[in-house]
Design a protein around this ligand. Structure first.
Ligand code: G6P
Length: 612
């Protein structure tokens, strides 16, 4: 949901800003721009372009900007269509300052009317331009940060901003309320960015700004203050991610690379979380005492998108392994419900980015009502992790593809581990049984590796079915979330209408859709519902539906029903979502590629949804 980058140092800012924007493009990619202070001209040079960053790059090749202080922005339009005029950065009337913004200013209309009355002239339809004019209005004989502070105090909504001024060329200001902003600390140069990947390769020392905080950066100094101008002490955090993890490394798309990283990600997680000797699960960073978790009466899971599907797997696992009732809600629904949560409820908020506006709001609501909130998150130091009572990191490394893959399987694995952790501390299952399960769970990374070895077969299958105009995905029990996720992947990146359904519900509606033009992906792995899935497949076949089945290796029955079968290794039924989802990720990916879609940056979507 928009990406911000800023640089202050001694090098040319343009290439640094451009590289940063490329790495942030997953946050929004409908238009982009940069602003650089040109000391020679005593002016701010702004270049913008509608469309993806490569178009901005073209503009900059023809008309480069020179200077060592600058800000950049990649946009996901909220107010005003993605035109050159609406692209950031925006300037005040005198072109003295330039602003980039991520978030939404809810009271921008009233502020804009007032500013127009006062003689300000607006050039765009964006809410952001209001910020530029407000700063311009207050920027008289005071330092830039004071003018920014006065302006920001009038805003309602959520934002992260970066501001530069041609009057104070050795300074860059960044501030946040509700949208993420980090400071990157280099040697004789500093950065602001929406996210860590933007500055990987430049520095690994970062500071996470909190809401109502503002940073004033020089090339070799930084200061953080609050909205009242009071200094705030901040400690830099060292990031373990390396540059390679944010590069494609020979893969055609980040999504394909991330699908292929899953065995390693899951293996690392298992090694990190399960003590080899004691077999105890550890969540060191969670910092919630076990006693608080022993007597829980209810668990609520809140999440959006793919994380929500991981949450449904978690619900099945937690109920089955810990005998504790679990409810799950979309964060966007949870936050507005009459919530029956309290001190004996645990709320698990799942979010890859830790910045999703609805999930944050849900977690805050739950905390207000006295629940314990644990977040499952991939991004170190993100807002959700800082606001939760406890955090469990998924350690999947940066996920750049907008359609989530490795973050999903890492979330699912963490949920299994959390279920075993609860089972251990609540003694809800015999230790021998838990350990047997853990042995099976340890085999999963290798088994995913075996599926990935057959990816060419799945690619072939995908190409064969890429012309279908719509898909139905069916599964039962713990693989209902798998089919929801499979259908979501196809919708997101191949733009094919796809529906995921509990197969038992097929006869109550979706069966009406089935004819020879419908492709139906059925998860029919060995399980207590296998026979039921076989009956569903028969019903689809007798209506001429085209069945693609995901089945367990060695199973002969499915082969007799359809020639299109992807086999996955035999595993415990409860862990089958971790395996069954992999062919569905690959199927969606290869169909998208065959249809000429950009698998990494699907239209209209953004990886991090920081607006409601
Ligand atoms: C967006 C992304 C999805 C993601 C969802 C939730 O819709 O495109 O990939 O699953 O947000 O994001 P979160 O960061 O909270 O997991």
């Amino acid at each position: 949901m928009c990406g911000i980058i800023g640089y202050i140092g001694s090098r040319e800012a343009q290439p640094i800003l451009l590289n940063g924007l490329k790495r942030l493009e997953y946050r929004g990619y409908d238009s982009s721009g940069i602003a650089v202070i040109s000391p020679k001209r005593n002016a701010i040079s702004i270049r913008k372009s509608p469309g993806k960053i490569k178009l901005l790059e073209k503009v900059l090749k023809e008309k480069p900007v020179f200077g060592s202080v600058g800000i950049g922005h990649t946009r996901w339009a909220t107010h005003g269509s993605p035109t050159q005029g609406n692209a950031h950065p925006h300037a005040d009337c005198k072109n003295e300052i330039a602003v980039v913004h991520n978030g939404i200013i809810e009271n921008f209309e009233a502020l804009k009317l007032q500013l127009i009355k006062e003689g300000h002239c607006f050039l765009s339809q964006t809410d952001t331009e209001v910020i530029a004019h407000l700063i311009g209005k207050f920027y008289n004989d005071i330092p830039l940060e004071d003018a920014v502070r006065q302006a920001l105090r009038l805003l309602r909504g959520s934002f992260a901003v970066g501001v530069i001024s041609k009057r104070e060329t050795a300074k860059m200001v960044g501030a946040r309320l509700g949208s993420p902003l980090i400071l990157g600390l280099g040697k004789n140069e500093n950065y602001i960015a929406s996210d860590v990947p933007a500055i990987l390769g430049l520095t690994r020392d970062v500071i996470f700004l909190e809401d109502n905080e503002m940073a004033i950066l020089g090339k070799d100094s930084f200061k953080v203050i609050d909205w009242h101008g009071q200094p705030v002490a901040k400690k830099p955090v060292h990031i373990a991610w390396d540059t390679a993890s944010a590069q494609k490394q020979g893969y055609k798309h980040f999504m394909l690379k991330e699908i292929n990283e899953q065995p390693q990600v899951l293996e690392n997680l298992l090694n990190l979380r399960i003590d080899t000797k004691s077999r105890k699960i550890n969540f060191k960073e969670m910092e919630i005492c076990e006693d608080k978790l022993k007597d829980l009466k209810h668990i609520f899971i809140v999440a959006c998108g793919t994380a929500y599907h991981a949450g449904i797997v978690g619900k099945y696992a937690l109920e089955s392994l810990c005998s504790i009732p679990v409810s799950i809600d979309f964060s966007s629904e949870f936050r507005y419900r009459d919530l029956l949560v309290g001190p004996d409820t645990l709320v698990i908020a799942i979010s890859q980015s830790g910045e999703t506006a609805d999930t944050l709001a849900g977690a805050r609501e739950a905390k207000k009502r006295g629940s314990i909130v644990i977040s499952i998150c991939n991004v170190l130091g993100s807002t959700l992790t800082r606001e939760s009572d406890g955090v469990i990191y998924t350690h999947a490394g940066p996920e750049i593809g907008v359609a989530s893959t490795k973050a999903y399987t890492a979330q699912v694995l963490v949920l299994y581990l959390f279920a075993f952790y609860l089972a251990q501390i609540r003694a809800s299952m015999p230790v021998v049984k838990i350990n047997r399960y853990l042995d099976d769970l340890n085999k999963i990374p290798k088994q995913i590796g075996m599926i990935l070895k057959r990816q060419q077969t799945i690619a072939k299958l995908a190409r064969k079915h890429a012309h279908f105009g719509s898909f139905l995905y069916l599964g039962r029990n713990i693989n209902v979330p798998t089919v929801l996720e499979g259908a979501l992947k196809l919708k997101e990146i191949a733009y094919i209408p796809a529906e995921g359904y509990a197969a038992g519900e097929m006869k109550h509606g979706p069966i009406a859709l089935i004819d020879e033009y419908r492709a139906v992906v059925c998860i029919a792995v060995e399980s207590k519902v296998f026979e039921k899935m076989v009956s569903n497949i028969q019903e689809i076949k007798s209506r001429k539906g085209k069945v693609i089945a995901i089945a367990t290796e060695g199973n002969k029955e499915i082969k007799g029903l359809t020639s299109e079968v992807v086999y996955i290794p035999k595993c415990e039924e409860i862990f089958s979502p971790l395996l069954a989802v992999v062919p569905l990720q690959l199927l969606a990916y290869h169909i998208a590629v065959k249809r000429g879609c950009d698998a990494d940056q699907p239209r209209n979507l953004a990886k991090s949804v920081t607006v409601e």
